[in-house]
Design a protein around this ligand. Structure first.
Ligand code: FES
Length: 101
């Protein structure tokens, strides 16, 4: 459904998405990477557990919250991928401060 235009000239970085290593062009947002990888939901809601996925892609709706490098509630659409970045789908409010992932 969501396809990224090919860009063979772009430098690629390795990102770990839900324990899977993927190669992603530098300059890609985490949300775009997740959608291009076929992820159907980036988080679940804290109350009902309903699945949510990136919607606005510009930092407004907060439906794209993910755990990025151990930090919960990060807007995936407002974060660019980096080499070695670890990204996880967030369940509810995510790990509380001090929790070990
Ligand atoms: S997709 Fe709306 S805030 Fe990220």
């Amino acid at each position: 459904m969501f396809k990224q235009l090919p860009n063979d000239a772009a430098e690629k970085v390795e990102v770990i998405l839900n324990q899977q290593t993927v190669l992603v062009p530098l300059g890609t947002t985490v949300a775009a990477m997740a959608l291009a990888q076929g992820l159907r939901a980036t988080r679940t809601t804290p109350v009902s557990g309903a699945k949510r996925a990136p919607f606005c892609m510009m930092g407004v709706c907060y439906d794209c919250l993910m755990i990025i490098d151990g930090q919960a509630n990060q807007r995936a659409c407002a974060t660019y991928v980096r080499q070695g970045m670890q990204v996880e789908t967030q369940q509810g409010v995510g790990p509380l401060l001090g929790d070990v992932l």
